[in-house]
Design a protein around this ligand. Structure first.
Ligand code: ADP
Ligand code: MG
Length: 487
């Protein structure tokens, strides 16, 4: 932001996010929405817009759209209307897309976006509407030609449109992450960006600071990773400032981000609403929902990310950082809560989930859902650390055994491998005495003031007991033994 102030330019960004709803079948037909099938094996006559077909709305899309609307505090459109948006493009064989123009199902709303700086910024939404996805053009596999895969045609989308209120790439990414978190929490979408379930169009303009009117914008389409979104916006901002400072003007156009070259380039000049000749879809009735429908959706909504984060802080006394991280996705939040409940110690669970579990998952490139240790198993392990049955160090070795599948029950494993922590002084005292006697020189140095050597003795005892001694107790016992006058 200081950079902007120095350059004298202000950035304005509004995002349109296309979220694929995770319904089993398409929005106007019974064809499957399953990703990854053989090209053109999942588009039926309705998706292709063959003459004489009639679309029938998949009722499963409405609770999802309404849940999103409630999640952002929007007004729910009790009557929403599907329209035809007419345009020609190879991946749209019908020649039009069914969408919602004047009467969307979600109107207004806002999200609180936690920025990396720690500041929360509220971003208002314009609307969110239901529509159908188009097919996909395949360029790579074909030489001098373009392949068309229509499997995606008719997949339900919720298009979420923000107000032009973000003022940097970092803010735009934080906003997109917030929306992503919300739609996955609500089970509205699987949110899989690599499969195109969550795609961002970035509308970017710049203006001289203090200028009342917005600058001319460009729209960079279909950015499917948060990293690319940030880079596409940064590139676009720099490009526009350079043009304007050189006395040029920005052309309102649709652009494409190329991750290989890390640049955006023009795709087509911007259409306006009149180009699309919108009109109400004659084959579909307006969608009317009632208060009971909305109330039913509300009743089944899970706790939302922001509420969960706050609860993690207040109920479990987690740091803001831990609470933010552990509530960042629903599976992670659920795992953590289950582990903490079983352990009866949420802060211990927070620490282990973040350090040990996430460390392991990252190393192996796995998702939380693919963890080889269940939340209950981790909780049982932590309970035994907490109640002193085992040391933290032994705990880590059991963690590895659980991960490797060498252990299933923590308690059984502790017993069968004799891993109980040694914490009776009758066992520990003779070991400690022996170690002090074997290291008289260090003991002497300790007593003459080199108290750092305490760690050396503790380490020796831990080694002697195979890590099973209670470290705190060893610490106390060694200290007492060393502080006694030399024999
Ligand atoms: P269209 O439907 O033609 O794409 P809209 O007016 O609906 O245009 O806006 C689409 C998106 O562009 C919205 O997210 C909006 O916030 C954003 N937007 C509109 N004007 C600007 C601008 N001058 N600079 C940046 N973003 C803008
Ligand atoms: Mg648009």
């Amino acid at each position: 932001m200081t950079e902007q102030a120095e350059s004298g330019w202000e950035t304005v960004i509004g995002l349109e996010i296309h979220v694929q709803l995770n319904t089993r079948s398409k929005i106007f037909s019974g064809a499957s929405t399953q990703f990854g099938a053989e090209p053109n094996s999942q588009a039926c006559a309705i998706d292709l817009g063959m003459p004489g077909v009639l679309p029938v709305v998949n009722a499963a899309v409405f609770p999802k759209a309404v849940a999103f609307g409630l999640g952002v505090g929007a007004e729910i459109g009790m009557t929403s209307v599907f329209d035809r948006k007419n345009y020609f493009y190879p991946d749209l064989p019908k020649g039009y897309q069914i969408t919602q123009m004047d009467y969307p199902i979600v109107r207004g709303g806002k999200v609180d976006v936690l920025l990396p700086s720690g500041i929360t910024k509220t971003v208002r939404l314009t609307r969110a509407h239901l529509e159908e996805d188009a097919g996909k053009s395949l360029h790579e596999e074909f030489q001098g030609a373009t392949g068309i895969d229509l499997n995606r045609a008719g997949t339900p989308l919720l298009e979420i449109v923000s107000e032009p209120e973000m003022s940097s790439a970092v803010e735009a990414v934080a906003y997109a992450r917030t929306i992503h978190q919300l739609v996955t929490y609500l089970d509205v979408s699987d949110g899989d960006m690599s499969q195109g379930s969550f795609r961002c169009d970035a509308n970017v303009s710049v203006r001289r600071i203090g200028t009342p009117d917005l600058g001319t914008r460009t729209e960079t389409k279909n950015v499917n990773s948060f990293r690319f979104l940030e880079r596409a916006i940064d590139f676009e901002v720099a490009r526009q400032i350079q043009i304007l400072e050189g006395g040029g003007r920005i052309i309102q156009e649709t652009r494409l981000y190329d991750p290989d070259k890390d640049e955006t380039r023009p795709m087509r000049s911007k259409e306006t609403a009149t180009d699309y000749r919108y009109f109400p879809e004659p084959d579909l009735l307006p969608v009317v929902i009632n208060e009971k429908f909305v109330a039913d959706v509300r009743a089944t909504m899970p706790e939302l990310p922001a509420a969960r984060r706050q609860r993690f802080e207040s109920q479990f006394k987690l740091s803001n950082d831990d609470a933010t991280f552990l509530s960042s996705s629903l599976p992670l939040a659920k795992y953590f809560e289950q582990a903490g409940q079983t352990a009866e110690d949420f802060r211990l669970a927070a620490n282990w989930v973040r350090v040990e579990l996430l460390g392991m998952l990252n190393k192996q490139g796995l998702d939380i859902g693919e963890s080889l240790i269940s939340a209950t198993q981790l909780g049982e392990l932590l309970r035994r650390i907490k109640d002193g049955t085992i040391s933290g160090k032994i705990g880590k070795s059991i963690f590895d055994a659980l991960w490797a599948g060498d252990a299933t029950s923590v308690d059984e494993y502790i017993e069968s491998h004799g891993l109980r922590q040694v914490s009776d002084s009758d066992t520990l005292t003779p070991i400690i005495e022996k170690i002090i006697n074997d290291n008289t020189q260090q003991a002497e140095q300790y007593r003459s003031g080199k108290t750092k050597l305490l760690g050396f003795f503790v380490g020796q005892v831990m080694k002697e007991t195979g890590g099973k001694a209670n470290p705190q107790q060893v610490n106390d016992l060694v200290k007492t033994a060393l502080d006694q006058a030399p024999p």
